[in-house]
Write a protein that binds this ligand. Structure first.
Ligand SMILES: [Zn+2]
Length: 151
């Protein structure tokens, strides 16, 4: 009987019955439970998706990497991103899909050595949630830089 499993996408070593998805839902619950945690919601969603690129379409993955660069490197706020990318991401005007289809999934050209994952954020607990997520986002950005997957 296995006591640990490894996430096929991000490589997280997870205890029985735990998946990255259950960790993601735990984080969303903490955001609902405590409105202060909602401030980092955009980073949580982005990091989770970037570490599980097959949720994205190839174009969605490129867009996700650009968003993370805007948030982390350029310090742009989610509100500003929404203003400037309204036309690009508006589902009525954009001509590409954000989420994957069976024949069209996001994938990295080079493997990425993640240093922090969803389960690490959950393990640190709800009290440190915002700090943990900011650190997670920074680590995802740096891992992508090091992996030579162009941003
Ligand atoms: Zn994972």
């Amino acid at each position: 009987m296995a006591t640990e499993s490894v996430c096929p996408e991000c490589g997280a070593a997870l205890p029985n019955e735990t998946t990255c998805e259950t960790c993601f839902h735990q984080m969303l619950f903490w955001e609902t439970e405590n409105p202060a945690n909602w401030t980092v919601h955009h980073l949580t969603v982005l990091c989770y998706h970037l570490q599980h690129p097959s949720i994205y379409s190839p174009d969605g993955l490129v867009n996700g990497k650009q968003l993370l660069t805007a948030f982390i490197r350029d310090g742009i706020s989610p509100a500003e991103v929404r203003r400037t990318s309204r036309d690009k991401v508006n589902s009525n005007t954009r001509n590409w899909k954000i989420t994957a289809r069976p024949d069209s999934k996001g994938v990295y050209a080079h493997p990425v050595a993640w240093t922090m994952r969803a389960a690490d954020v959950v393990a640190r607990g709800s009290d440190r949630y915002c700090d943990s997520v900011r650190e997670w986002a920074q680590s995802v950005y740096e891992a992508l830089q090091l992996s030579e997957n162009s941003i």
